[in-house]
Write a protein that binds this ligand. Sequence first.
Ligand code: PCA
Length: 205
Amino acid sequence: MKFLITGFEPFGGHTENSSWVAAKEVATRGVSGVAIVLEQLSVSFARVAGELREAIAKHSPDVIIMLGQTTSTEMIRLERVALNMMDASTPDNDGYIPDEETIAEGAAAALFTLMPIKALRAAIAKRGVAVKISNSCGLYVCNRLYYEALTLCCDSEALRALFVHLPLYDGQKSDNPNNPTMSLEAMVEAIRVIIEETNDKCREV
Ligand code: PCA
């Protein structure tokens, strides 16, 4: 199976994005029996969907694992749902601030992942990494990306996608002393578990 792992460029005044740091580390270490390709995406409402489509056309993955950073969690967050809405209070990296804009006119208000998030949560927790299922991916660029990915999954029977929000990693602690962090090791472990479990489940079918 081929997994496309995406992470984001830095945004919001951060010099790094934990999602890209973790994505690179997962790709470097690899997972046995699995092909992993990596793409960095822009924190841009206007460009992120096109970048995802290009990455899919380039790599033809079976599974897309999208990673994003959030300062508001100390746990890995497996995102269940993407909403057909863009709204922000801070600009994206193009300087754009959407005000309750629909992503796709007339399309579903919400799209759900078909990945087995409860089984993945259990598998990650078993390795001792703090994890939870989240029912809101926010309304910022991560949700915009997830809505696109889940739309593409509706169009293609075989494609699966999951968005995972990560806390800041421990290397960002000194720049963000008031936010929770998680060790890079734990994040990489969680993502590798997601890949291993997904690969195993698909081989059983
Ligand atoms: N997090 C943002 C966008 C890029 C990222 O890493 C989000 O949660 O929407």
